[in-house]
Design a protein around this ligand. Structure first.
Ligand code: AMP
Ligand code: TRP
Length: 359
């Protein structure tokens, strides 16, 4: 039932820059909390499958993370852990520039310029700001949380990105990015490529084990909510055995909200085993929920094993991750500088004397 191929959300306009390179992909994940199997199945695994066809930029967006207060030590750990998990998930530095957002100052610079071109009304419409700020005390809502989408637009536009693989919750931000690119291009002349969101179809949406009607999320607090990518086999078995199911007996894919728990377990099983839906239903025919949970737990353990062993090898190598991040930041900065220099000229900033080319 789940075709997991990604779809392009909207029609592409004529690209503004003539490109002699593979189409470019940009995406990012905030280094907050632990990455979980929803992040893996909905994002990392698909990124790895797509990588050889594209020129990929995968960013650890630490500047976005601080739009909500972060513990500095945890932020550092989470940034390095995510970088190692991107690699362990199969992203290959041959195809992917994996870098940390704060290492490339151009993001903040373009972010500011775009902020100055963004009508307040556009930001007032953003669902994510409304949702996040509704859960916070008024005095702890920062201006950064409000202007978050203009920094995200800078991330994407700096690299003349064609496609942005994200979850459907980020679609509105990518649309705002397109609108900003169009606005800039019409005010100052063709400068930015208009990006499209690439949204995985609904099968890639993994729900919380304890909340099968709500998405598995890094910020949910329930201990049995998410299976993280570094959970041990014992922890995975324990969490899976506690997963919410229902009082029915049939083990079948279903869109009935009451049966969301069983459907979620089957979706997880399918995503890890790549077996067709009918074969999976046939396999579980006549079995009980206990069997289902045990089998899904073993599929997850087996599916994560190679990722976990690559992760621990990388961590053992110590400085290798930091070195890779430094090299990648250099490449990202080079590409970003080309766009930023053009933007600076377009908006009327004068060039630094040392950068003026002799004519
Ligand atoms: P987030 O954890 O919200 O920062 O999301 C990072 C990436 O993981 C995004 O591309 C999301 O689409 C994807 N993602 C997050 N949660 C899920 C989920 N429960 N199921 C599928 N994909 C997810
Ligand atoms: N806002 C995205 C999220 O919360 C993270 C992000 C920041 C991003 N910059 C990006 C995603 C650029 C794609 C492209 O998931």
């Amino acid at each position: 039932m789940t075709d997991q191929s990604p779809t392009v959300a909207s029609a592409t306009d004529t690209p503004t820059v003539i490109k002699q390179r593979p189409p470019r992909i940009f995406s990012g994940i905030q280094p907050t909390g632990q990455l979980h199997i929803g992040n893996y199945l909905g994002a990392l695994k698909q990124w790895a499958q797509l990588q050889s066809k594209y020129d990929n930029f995968y960013c650890i967006v630490d500047m976005h993370a601080i739009t909500i207060p972060q513990d500095p030590q945890e932020l550092r750990e989470s940034t390095r852990r995510n970088a190692a998990l991107y690699l362990a998930s199969g992203l290959d530095p041959k195809y992917c520039t994996i870098f940390v957002q704060s290492h490339v100052a151009a993001h903040a610079e373009l972010g500011w310029i775009l902020t100055c071109l963004t009508p307040l009304g556009w930001l007032n419409r953003m669902h994510q700001f409304k949702d996040k700020s509704a859960k916070m005390q008024a005095e702890s809502i920062s201006a950064g949380l409000y202007t978050y989408p203009t920094l995200m637009a800078a991330d994407i536009l700096l690299y003349q990105t064609d496609l942005v693989p994200v979850g459907d919750d980020q679609k509105q931000h990518v649309e705002l990015t397109r609108d900003l690119a169009q606005r800039f291009n019409s005010m100052f002349g063709e400068t930015f490529t208009l990006p499209d969101a690439m949204i995985p179809v609904s099968g890639a949406r993994i729900m919380g084990l304890d909340t099968p009607n709500a998405k598995m999320s890094k910020s949910a607090i329930g201990e049995g909510h998410a299976i993280t990518l570094l959970d041990s086999p014992e922890v995975i078995r324990k969490k899976m055995m506690r997963a919410t199911t229902d009082s029915h007996r049939e083990i079948k894919f279903s869109t009935d909200p009451e049966r969301a728990g069983v459907n979620n377990l089957l979706t997880i099983y399918q995503a890890f085993t790549d077996e067709p839906g009918e074969a999976i239903e046939a396999h579980f025919e006549g079995k009980g929920y206990g069997d289902l949970k045990k089998t899904v737990a073993e599929a997850v353990i087996e599916g994560l094993a190679p990722l976990q062993s690559r992760y621990y090898e990388l961590v053992k190598e110590g400085g290798a991750i930091d070195e890779l991040l430094a090299k990648s930041a250099e490449r990202a900065a080079e590409v970003a500088a080309q766009t930023l220099d053009l933007v600076r000229d377009r908006v009327g900033f004068i060039r630094l004397a040392s950068k003026v080319k002799p004519s």
